[in-house]
Design a protein around this ligand. Sequence first.
Ligand code: HEM
Length: 481
Amino acid sequence: MVPSFRPPATRPIPGSYGLPVLGPLRDRLDYFWFQGAEEFFRHRAAEHKSTVFRANIPPTFPFFLGVDPRVVAVVDADSFTALFDPALVDKRDVLIGPYSPGVGFTGGTRVGVYLDTEEPDHARTKAFVIDLLRRGARTWAAEFRSAVDDMLATVEADLNKADSAPASASYLLPLQKCIFRFLCKALVGADPAADSLVDRFGLFILDLWLGLQLLPTQKVGAIPQPLEELLLHSFPMPSFAIKPGYDLLYRFVEKHGAGAVSIGEKEHGIDRKDAINNILFVLGFNAFGGFSVFLPFLISEVGKAGRDGLRLRLREEVRRVLGDGGDVGFTAVREMPLARSTVYEVLRMQPPVPLQFGRARRDFVLRSHGAAYEVSKGELLCGYQPLAMRDPAVFDRPDEFVPERFLGNNGEKLLQYVYWSNGPETGEPTIGNKQCAAKEVVVATACMLLAELFRRYDDFECEGTSFTKLEKRQLTTPTPS
Ligand code: HEM
């Protein structure tokens, strides 16, 4: 007898948006204050006994600003994949949710990252970025090593002169300087040292530029609650506040990154102004923003007190591969499976871009581990990666940090459920999808940072975003096996 396959009957998506104004306000207060983002999604999934449900996502602006906060939340590994399917979802202007900061922040250009795959300029701008990355690969590792060198020299000096006990030195600013400098050089071919204003203020301009775009969607916690809700979460931030800084960076890229700009113009047929605005967005938002969030997660996770066993094994792996004088680079880190698995595990536990959005192109059936839901054309799906990548149907001990999780054949099979790049880790960014153009280079760069730390130090320890111990290398290299 041939078994018959019957697809599961669809069920209505549970949850409601509540009363106008009050429902969104309640969800917004839960999201920012009473529950926090993770508990917001966890609590609703438990309440509705479903990993697909309706909710309002902040920001919730006054209705006349036309930002509709109603979403279909998806928080399991199965349903999340709908967000990666260009046939199902439209990614037009939904990079950070139903609210889009607007072209005032990007010199008047709708940059590629906000374009849907069906818009012709998407393919053009993505191919341009992929080209910049390919070109940058030649100097990427060397520029990264040199910038890390400066960063660690600063942190070591700060740690030595720390007069507090126990000694500690924050690595945040030195790390941001490192990221800014190496990205400008490797990605744009422009050395910030060529322009003293950019050299001194460039990264702070980017921080402010990013902050103004993202503020309405983030909890800041620096001012009392009612003020934060009224002042920061109730209307879009004005782009004119950052225009002089943006213009400074624009001129810097135009002059010192002329080679990169002309690749956009000549090889991809992108208008000069749009090429520069796209370069600035990828440099500032995707790359600088992404690494500024992710690398601190990585350093502090590996450097946590009590992780000595992991650090010992990483040190042995790094030194075995590098031998006595080897340089950290793309080839070397390919041979460091534990470093790579650790990087994946940090990306799984703390994805730097936790939310993904996509608007249903048509009515379709959304599958979620055996359940099925009807999604209507125009509804906005909102995926929350931190829960999807801790889906107990896929991962053992899902809430535990298990650095060796992705080792071996079985470990590698789990990579299809690692979604940090807006696509499975086994997938490939192309001009036809919306997966992060730098998927490979981000993982390799993170491995290089670990390798550089263990090449230099026998051990290190962190508390939050500060180093509390950096033990200079004294131990000898293990003999290659
Ligand atoms: C830790 C660093 C990074 C993280 C976490 C990250 C994450 C992401 C995510 C989640 C998306 C999809 C956003 C969406 O549409 O929902 C994305 C897209 C993108 N990323 Fe990254 N990214 C990082 C670094 C970079 C770097 C270094 C570059 C380039 C130099 C880059 C270039 C892009 C581009 C061009 C897209 C848009 C893809 C498209 O429109 O098809 N990213 N990134």
